[in-house]
Design a protein. Structure first.
Length: 149
């Protein structure tokens, strides 16, 4: 049986002009299911992931309402995500994510593992997503023994 820990996360999301902080709480995130996306986002704290693993229509609806915009239409039906590196469902924009495409093509576990760490694609993501994702990847990169540029 998996142990579960209470989870409180603050997530910064920026899709074009839509940028907000979200506080997400869950008591259903298994301790060994902390998932790191290619870009430094902690999937296990993301509302799209939490909606999927908890099969929670309330999180789906609330998150879709917060994230939806004319430029980036989001509905509860397009929200579920099992993590961008999984075979499961993906949030609607994963297929167009340049960080995901690049990391997948390079065959790296995360951008922290990449010999081109700090590339323009990643810098553009950091500019949109916020400093926390950069810090996550740099801490992880340092733990792997790489020097951060």
């Amino acid at each position: 049986m998996k142990q579960h820990i209470p989870c409180l996360s603050i997530i910064f999301i920026n899709f074009g002009h839509l940028s907000n902080f979200y506080i997400v709480t869950s008591t259903s995130v298994p301790m060994n299911d902390t998932i790191r996306a290619y870009c430094g986002l902690w999937c296990s704290s993301c509302p799209a992931y939490l909606a999927y693993i908890n099969d929670d229509d309330k999180i789906r609806q609330e998150t879709a309402e917060k994230w939806n915009s004319p430029d980036f239409p989001v509905s509860p039906e397009t929200l579920d995500c099992a993590g961008c590196k999984s075979d499961g469902p993906h949030f609607a924009f994963v297929s167009n994510c340049p960080v995901h495409q690049c990391a997948h093509q390079h065959g790296v576990e995360t951008c922290a593992h990449c010999e081109d760490y700090g590339c323009d694609i990643l810098q553009e993501w950091f500019a949109k997503a916020g400093d926390e994702h950069r810090k996550n990847l740099e801490r992880y990169r340092a733990s792997l023994g790489f020097q951060t540029p």
